[in-house]
Write a protein that binds this ligand. Structure first.
Ligand code: 3HC
Ligand code: NAI
Length: 696
């Protein structure tokens, strides 16, 4: 018997315990161990029933993702689960923590499932570009019906035991000691004659047209993404063919997913999102400061969103603005958001009240004396930020962390307004701050390791992904956005219609097109930033279309007109022929020749501009890893997860090909924007990849 999987007897009930930290993934050793224990339990007449249980913090969290892409080792999970499915004595899965992927598939091969009331159950394979490949697509619909099963598998979101009980996914749920409850449950089933085997059931009837309607329902959110459609095909098979044929279909489609570039990209992000927490000069043992009392300065769009995010995480928040009106507006924004969450059933009314009770509106800096962390989100003007930080320096206690949410300003200059630059850091949230997962953590020249480690942990407290970046203009995300936006702007002048560019890029997978994003964020915002910058290229074409629209008061959704038109209060963009004509005239004035532009050119110019800037950022040391850049773009800018982020995408295309295209653009459009970075040239020459670079 292996050490990771053991068999112990409790009277007539045997318990198989899996102990494979940290998450009991189904590695080769675990699969073999389960198979061996099943064989032993089968052959032992003194054993009348079996419980499958896990040591540590969780039930099996799935297949071992690190094994994908490596040669398969026997026994496969399918083989082991077939053995479990056919087991002749009652079997019970005792579930705590998270039963995910292959973990839930294991539980579905047991006759019964008993869950701790704090557990979560899910088939999240879709988040890795996969489908459940060990019978999940065939067993889950047989147990809970096609629709719930499809929701769980195409959305990937786990459910709690209360929902699972209501759907028949678990048979019992307990607050008591789980293993004891499961053993007692198994004991009671020893005399059961008809053991329920899911593989022998039929899927409950679905109405004609059900699958067509389901495909339509998920079409928008799964655009260009292969796994969800394949999951639907598997469930169609579960409904229409035998269990064995359904399993064959699942196998075939699972292999296609597993070997696809989409799954490779999503697995890359899975590990990249965990890798970001590792900072070479901030070791794991670095002390972190306790953060429970937050103060937010500035109750505008971002301040209110940040406060909400902290309240959602159970923290106390004091909010301050320069005037009472601003403060009340901020509170109203928070209340409105919470009420909407109650309306959608995401939180209860009691939870809303509890959050509001932790919010304190203050009008005096002196009240910030006991804050653990202050986050400044006032206007984007250096003089105002300096004034705020110097006031904070006077009132905040020793050891308080002083953070700025600036999106463009120099953190070191802000820090120098205080006598404690080691406590100053950038915490760059993304709008809407309570929703977006990304937090750029901007390290100043003197920020201490302790403050960095505490900020990384703070990101986790907020359920966000904190990425440490360096202090350059726009940090990582917005600096790259400039190149992407610039190409969009040039393409407009060269004759591509805004709606065409947006369509091409959303078909490619971006959550929104750049022109719709501009209208959503407000064209006045970028305009103001460009007006204040002194380092912009001397080029009359540079962001000319955006500037022209802003100068005409066409700010976007907020004014009902931007690059698109918006009907009374609607967010749906409508193409405006007048804008096309304005751009045409401007192009003529600037001597830019308009022409027919194909989708491939739009994608290459916009996406390769990201790759090029990303390579420069890496070269200059403003990001720790290429994969950190991918995490920023996947979580802050709607870059399609199934393409893995700009740097992984460059690897997928081949760095040499990307480099050649960039050199081609440099020849065609001039070297001003397209001169390739040294790093890119080196990788192209040596046949290297960004992924290998990260390993160096
Ligand atoms: N395989 C290998 N390693 C895994 C893993 C898995 N399935 N799940 C988690 N890990 C590793 C993480 O990489 C991390 O390693 P590190 O410490 O070296 O960075 C460590 O376990 C802890 O993970 P987290 O930091 O994510 O810990 P959390 O407590 O925040 O979350 C979790 C735990 C909810 C289990 C989360 O890790 C998770 O969602 N894991 C993935 C679950 C999943 O996708 N399962 C399906 C796999 S595919 C499958 O089963 C195919 C089947 O159908 C055939
Ligand atoms: P906003 O204009 O909506 O809010 C700013 C708030 O700060 C106002 O309520 C104002 O009354 C208050 N304020 C101004 N001076 C103050 C002072 N001296 N003391 C206290 N309060 C003061 O601005 P927004 O959009 O919330 O931006 C705030 C900061 O967040 C800026 O630095 C901006 O660059 C940054 N940011 C903005 C993002 C966005 O999408 N809007 C995204 C990420 C960062």
């Amino acid at each position: 018997m292996s050490e990771t999987v053991t068999l112990a007897r409790h009277g007539q009930v045997a318990v198989i315990t899996i102990d494979n930290p940290p998450v009991n993934a189904l590695s080769h050793a675990v699969r073999k161990g389960i198979g061996d224990c099943l064989a032993e339990a089968d052959g032992d007449d003194a054993i009348e029933a079996l419980v499958i249980y896990c040591a540590g913090r969780t039930f099996i969290a799935g297949a071992d993702i690190r094994e994908f892409g490596k040669p398969p080792q026997s026994p496969s999970l399918r083989e082991v689960l077939a053995q479990l499915d056919e087991f002749r004595k009652p079997t019970v899965a005792a579930i705590h923590g998270t039963a995910l992927g292959g973990g839930l598939e294991t539980a579905l091969c047991c006759h019964y499932r008993v869950a701790a009331s704090s557990a979560k159950l899910g088939l999240p394979e879709v988040r890795l570009g996969l489908l459940p490949g060990s019978g999940g697509t065939q067993r889950l619909p047989r147990l809970i019906g096609a629709e719930h099963a499809l929701d769980m598998m195409t959305g990937g979101k786990p459910v709690d035991p209360a929902t699972a009980m209501a759907w028949g996914l678990v048979d019992a749920c307990t607050d008591d000691e789980l293993l004891k409850t499961a053993i007692e449950f198994a004991d009671l089933k020893i005399t059961e004659k008809n053991l329920p085997r899911i593989s022998e059931r039929k899927v409950a009837n679905v109405e004609a047209g059900f699958f067509a309607a389901y495909r339509k329902k998920i079409a928008r959110r799964t655009r260009g993404f292969e796994a969800p459609e394949r999951i639907v095909q598997c469930v169609e098979a579960a409904v229409s063919v035998s269990f064995a044929d359904g399993m064959r279909k699942e196998r075939e489609l699972f292999r296609l997913c597993r070997d696809s570039s989409q799954s490779a990209a999503m697995r890359h992000l899975f590990f990249a999102e965990r890798q970001v927490a590792r900072v070479p000069d901030v070791p794991k043992e670095t002390e972190v400061r306790e953060i429970s009392k937050i103060a937010v300065i500035g109750a505008g769009t971002m301040g209110a969103g940040i406060a909400l995010s902290c309240l959602d995480a159970g923290l106390d928040v004091a909010m301050l603005d320069k005037d009472r009106q601003g403060l009340e507006r901020g509170r109203a924004t928070i209340e409105k958001s919470l009420a909407a969450a109650v309306g959608k059933g995401r939180i209860s009314d009691t939870q809303m009240q509890a959050r509001l009770s932790r919010l304190d509106l203050i009008d005096d800096f002196a009240a910030l004396a006991d804050a653990d962390l202050v986050i400044e989100a006032v206007f984007e003007t250096m003089a105002i930020k300096e004034e705020v930080f110097s006031a904070l320096d006077r009132v905040c206690r020793d050891g308080a962390i002083l953070a700025s949410n600036t999106s463009t300003l120099d953190i070191d200059r802000i820090a120098s307004a205080t006598s404690r630059p080691e406590d100053v850091i950038g915490l760059h949230f993304f709008s809407p701050a309570n929703i977006m997962k990304l937090l750029e953590i901007v390290r100043g020249a003197r920020t201490s390791a302790e403050v960095i480690a505490s900020s990384m942990r703070f990101a986790k407290q907020l359920s966000k992904i904190g990425v440490l970046v360096g202090n350059c203009f726009g940090f990582v995300g917005n600096r790259m956005l400039y190149g992407y936006g610039r190409e969009n702007q040039f393409l407009l002048l060269e004759g591509a219609a805004p709606e065409y560019i947006d369509q091409v890029l959303t078909d490619w997978g971006m959550a929104m097109g750049p022109n719709a994003v501009g209208d959503l964020a407000g064209l006045d915002v970028g305009y103001k930033v460009r007006q204040e910058r002194t380092d912009l290229p001397d080029d009359p074409r540079y962001y000319r279309v955006a500037d022209m629209l802003a100068e005409q008061g066409r700010y976007g959704q907020k004014t009902g007109r931007g690059i698109y038109l918006y009907d009374n209060g609607s967010r749906k963009p409508i193409a405006d022929p007048e804008v096309g004509e304005m751009i045409r005239r401007e192009a003529e004035r600037l001597g830019v020749e308009q022409r027919e532009i194909g989708g491939a050119e739009i994608i290459e110019r916009c996406i390769y501009a990201l790759v090029l800037e990303g390579a420069k950022i890496l070269e200059e040391g403003f990001a720790l890893r290429a994969s950190d850049i991918d995490v920023v773009w996947a979580n802050g800018y709607g870059f399609p997860r199934y393409r893995g982020g700009p740097m992984f995408y460059a690897d997928t295309m081949g760095v040499e090909k990307v480099y050649d295209a960039i050199c081609g653009f440099a020849e065609r459009f001039g070297p001003q924007y397209w001169s390739p970075s040294e790093l890119l040239a080196r990788l192209a020459r040596d046949g290297g990849t960004f992924a290998e670079l990260d390993k160096e």
